[in-house]
Ligand binder design. Structure first.
Ligand SMILES: [Zn+2]
Length: 139
């Protein structure tokens, strides 16, 4: 079991606390279209000094759980694969899912070894801090 600690210096208040919607930019926001130029994908986008925000490039995503009151990172921590004994930073772990024929859910692992591909290749425990502690750290 590898314990992954919260990076104390990274804790800050989440300005979006409590919200379940957030907007993602799905394309370049400051581009202007020129209709006389066509690229391979049928559209050419030219960067101009003028900022034109294309609202159709913004998508609103809704999450089931409201955003938490704090934002923080975890300290980069070495983990070891049980299969190939390779050591790497925990952020290098990969996620994979596989269709198991069930309509309810797929098999899923977010602890896939980046070297040998072993699923659930290590045991992790992420540190949990109370909102009181996070509040003090965010100051
Ligand atoms: Zn491995």
């Amino acid at each position: 079991m590898t314990f992954i600690r919260v990076d104390r210096d990274s804790v800050k208040r989440n300005p979006r606390s409590g919200r379940t919607d957030f907007q993602v930019c799905t394309g370049p926001p400051t581009y202007e279209r020129r209709t006389n130029e066509v690229s391979a994908d049928g559209e050419t986008w030219i960067i101009t000094n003028q900022t034109t925000t294309r609202t159709d490039n913004v998508q609103t995503i809704h999450t089931l759980a409201p955003a938490g009151p704090f934002l923080f990172d975890y300290l980069l921590t070495k983990v070891k694969c049980v299969e190939c004994n390779c050591e790497f930073d925990h952020t290098k772990l990969e996620s994979e899912s596989e269709d198991n024929g069930s309509s309810e859910y797929d098999w899923y692992s977010e602890r896939v070894c980046p070297r040998c591909g072993k699923w659930d290749c290590c045991e992790l425990e992420f540190e949990k801090l109370s909102n009181e502690v996070l509040g003090v750290l965010s100051l």
